[in-house]
Ligand binder design. Structure first.
Ligand SMILES: *Cc1c(COP(=O)(O)O)cnc(C)c1O
Length: 399
């Protein structure tokens, strides 16, 4: 695949076929009535929320999308995404009228939110816009982050939400804190607390909330008993693993993102020469050093200084010295064929060798989620399907 010269410095290839495969494999592991909510917060875990949403929206079993903020939701609506969008966290009241107008589902768990939403609905109606605020109630079953408690106090909130003018309770959900561990005791406790709470609501109000959901990626892979109306797929969409404790033989995953650069300079240095800021690497013998024009300004973590690896001609080359904002150095002494202009794989496969987001996440003291989210705006994204470039996106183009 040839990219334009502007992308030789660095680019991330986003393989939409891999994305589609990951979705299909997850779907195969779900009950037929369970639909998937694609979690595309932080610009789709750094992969690009819009192209990911455009690729997934036509799939019948995709319920919709989840974001973390109102702005992420507005961008999706602006770009023509019509399926339900749920904001997973608290949203501040300035956004309510627009969220309601654009039918973005709001996560509720605070009493004041219900009254504020009701007011926003009534203000809109005075301007001739007749819409309800669709909400999903967040229930805390053990994460202790956000959500009402799964008890009589929580029930009172649910009843209040049912009674609030202008508010439509479309969904209810909880979030697992430890679904990605081998020991499933904690997550089973959370699941039971959620089931019990749903039963309590049914018993006391006679109502059933239409869209119930609890599973994240780890739950999708390992907890079929937690399938409900919807599951929330985040990291697995992108072909990455929730943790190294999750079984890899149940839902096969293919990494969606690979990251490439090109060698811009090669030189020889002598014994005792120091490489990069702080002189943290000192050559023990004569060696060949290549410079890669990528740095922590692109999200290539400084924590990879003297720790990371890249692939050149299918061979591993170590990062030497500190990673700078825009450049870093590698040792190519054992790769004599390496030359200026050669392709470098920072994440992905080259021949027999592979460097994963998991490996770099671990080596840099981040983890795969954080490494993916950290890949910055300065890295162009190249979207491929069937081996062809479908779209490109970079700092100079609006998508
Ligand atoms: C981020 C998030 C998810 C997705 O988690 P993954 O582990 O990436 O699948 C699901 N639900 C909530 C509430 C989240 O915040």
């Amino acid at each position: 695949m040839n990219v334009k010269e502007e992308y030789l410095r660095v680019y991330a290839r986003i393989d939409l076929d891999a994305l589609r495969k990951n979705m299909e494999h997850m779907k195969e592991n779900l009950s037929t009535k369970t639909r998937i909510l694609g979690v595309i917060k932080t610009d789709g875990y750094g992969h690009g929320a819009i192209p990911i949403a455009k690729e997934l929206e036509p799939l019948e079993y995709v319920y919709g999308f989840a974001t973390a903020t109102a702005e992420e939701a507005f961008i999706l609506r602006d770009k023509g995404i019509n399926k339900p969008i749920l904001i997973l966290g608290y949203t501040f009241p300035y956004s309510y009228e627009r969220l309601i107008r654009e039918e973005v589902r709001i996560c509720v768990f605070r009493e004041d939110t219900l009254a504020q939403l009701s007011k926003a609905v009534s203000d809109l109606s005075m301007n001739g816009i007749i819409k309800k605020a669709k909400v999903h109630i967040k229930v805390d079953t053990g994460m202790n982050r956000i959500g009402v408690s799964a008890d009589l106090k929580g029930l009172a909130f649910v009843e209040k939400a049912f009674e609030t003018d202008g508010v439509e309770v479309e969904g209810i959900f909880t979030h697992f804190a430890r679904a990605d561990e081998i020991d499933k005791k904690a997550v089973e406790g959370q699941l039971k607390a959620f089931w019990d709470f749903l039963a309590l609501i049914k018993e006391r109000t006679g109502r059933e909330i239409p869209v119930k959901h609890c599973s994240n990626s780890a739950g999708i892979v390992e907890m079929p008993e937690a399938n409900m109306d919807v599951v929330r797929a985040g990291i697995t969409l992108y072909g990455l693993w929730p943790s190294d404790q999750v079984r890899k033989d149940i839902v096969p995953l293919t990494p969606v993102l690979s990251l490439y650069s090109h060698i811009v300079y090669i030189k020889e240095i002598g014994e005792g020469a120091q490489v990069s800021y702080g002189g943290t690497y000192i050559a023990k013998h004569k060696m060949r050093v290549a410079t890669i024009p990528v740095g922590y300004g692109d999200g290539y973590a400084r924590g990879l200084s003297n720790k990371g690896w890249v692939l050149v001609h299918g061979k591993r080359a170590p990062v030497i010295g500190r990673v700078c904002m825009d450049q870093f150095m590698i040792d190519v002494t054992k790769i004599p064929e390496a030359a200026q202009g050669d392709k470098v794989t920072l994440i992905g496969r080259d021949g027999e060798e592979m460097i994963t987001m998991e490996e770099l996440g671990e080596l840099s003291g981040r983890f795969n989620y954080e490494f993916a989210c950290g890949l910055g705006k300065r890295v162009p994204r190249v979207y491929t399907k069937g081996g062809q470039i479908l779209w490109t996106k970079d700092e100079t183009t609006d998508f």
